[in-house]
Design a binder for this molecule. Structure first.
Ligand SMILES: O=P(O)(O)OC[C@H]1O[C@](O)(CO)[C@@H](O)[C@@H]1O
Length: 405
């Protein structure tokens, strides 16, 4: 019998040495600080602030946002509402892991002077890496592969673009033209849940005779910039071209976050990259450019997109946005954690139950990069446990497409 979430599972913390969340706090965060320090000729004040953050990561406690970190005061009010008053003074390791990670990125931006005033105001510390990825020769190859998609039957083309967006979450824009589900029996398959039929049923193509709400609106809650955002935008362009959607609301982050999360600037970089690519990719780029200009594609950067909280706590205006959509598709691991709650759910907990609060049809496209997972059937869970892959939850080698109407 599937597990039901009548009693919420424990929230994931980072306080168990050897666990994946602990490793992120203890190793990955300091590595990110060092990387940012090396990537820019920061002045002594900024470098000192980064060193203080490094020391805090090692053995410090969560501190309230200093006034200098937020000249308008608005963000301090938000963070106080988001749990700062409760968590200040506690160890990074003992507060919810989602909260600690999210707060780390806010502190990192303070340290580099992102919120200004000063010369570093608004400078994205992750931009060099994002641009390098966008300009990589692999991106050219992947975009050139789009030229071959035109020969495929419509449903295969749609599937390839959906899987491009899905696996793009592993920063891998490999278009999946073959059946990823196929594999020797008994092996854990790469796709551990596949509700794509449900997703497509919400977005039928024009001229298929299906009853539909017209024009359909897609809310796409994006994840990473660069080689994930590019296939996300290609999917958007395809859905517009096929008449599966008439309008797209693209949610991105208001400021740099989790290293590679997409901001409005990253959307513009990606669209420009497509336009300049030539071939089929340029056609998609031009379609997106036009759709941005005429309002069929709208970019939103809501403050809650960088909140350290699950979507169950979303504010009313965001709830209304999602409620108005034909379907909301959330990309990536972090959005998944926020959608279902960053908890130790038994993996067979139904996805529909943990997303019942969401104000409309919802889907997740995610490669598995953290411990949380729901909606698996018992056979799949058993195959994963028996697969000999100890890190199947976190290695990004498995993915899921989950949807509920
Ligand atoms: O880019 P994604 O798919 O949201 O993944 C980010 C993931 O990386 C981590 O920051 C560390 O693995 C997770 O906390 C987070 O869920």
């Amino acid at each position: 019998m599937p597990d039901t979430p009548s009693v919420p599972a424990p929230v994931i913390l980072g306080n168990e040495p050897g666990s994946f969340p602990h490793g992120v706090l203890a190793e990955r965060h300091p590595a990110i600080v060092r990387q940012v320090r090396d990537a820019f000729p920061l002045d002594p004040g900024r470098r000192e602030a980064l060193d203080a953050l490094l020391a805090s990561c090692a053995d410090g406690v969560v501190e309230p946002l200093p006034a200098a970190a937020d000249p308008t005061g608005r963000d301090r009010d938000r963070w106080s509402h988001w749990g700062m008053d409760e968590y200040a003074g506690r160890s990074w390791y003992d507060v919810p892991w989602l909260w600690a990670e999210s707060h780390f990125y806010r502190r990192l931006l303070d340290a580099v002077g992102y919120f200004g005033p000063g010369p570093w105001q608004g400078v994205d510390p992750f931009r060099p890496a994002k641009l390098a990825e966008l300009d990589a020769p692999e991106t050219d190859e992947e975009l050139a592969a789009l030229d071959g998609l035109g020969e495929l039957p419509a449903d295969e083309r749609a599937r390839a673009l959906l899987h491009g967006s899905l696996w793009g979450n592993r920063a891998d824009l490999g278009f999946r033209l073959s059946d990823r589900g196929a594999g020797p029996r008994g092996e854990a398959e790469p796709l551990v849940a596949d509700d794509s039929d449900t997703l497509w049923s919400l977005l039928p193509a024009r001229g298929t005779g299906a009853v539909r709400q017209d024009p359909a609106t897609l809310c796409l809650v994006a994840d990473n910039a660069g080689r994930e955002l590019v296939p996300d935008l290609l999917l958007v362009s395809h859905l517009l071209a096929e008449g599966r959607v008439g309008r797209v609301v693209l949610h991105v982050k208001p400021y740099p976050y989790y290293v590679s999360d997409a901001t409005p600037t990253d959307v513009l970089d990606a669209v420009r990259r497509l336009v300049a690519a030539g071939g089929t990719a340029a056609g998609h780029g031009e379609r997106l450019w036009t759709a941005l200009t005429d309002g069929r594609v709208v970019v939103r950067a809501h403050p809650f997109s960088c909140a350290p909280l699950p979507y169950a706590d979303m504010p009313g205006d965001l709830r209304e946005d999602f409620a108005a959509a034909t379907v909301t598709v959330l990309k990536g691991d972090l959005n998944y954690r926020r959608l279902v709650g960053d908890r130790w759910w038994p993996p067979t907990t139904p996805f529909a139950d943990v997303t019942a609060y969401f104000p409309g049809p919802v889907a997740a496209l995610r490669t598995l990069k953290s411990d949380v997972v729901t909606g698996l059937d018992a056979k799949t869970e058993a195959a994963l446990e028996a697969s000999g892959e100890p890190h199947w939850r976190t290695s990004g080698t498995h993915a899921l497409i989950q949807a509920r109407v």
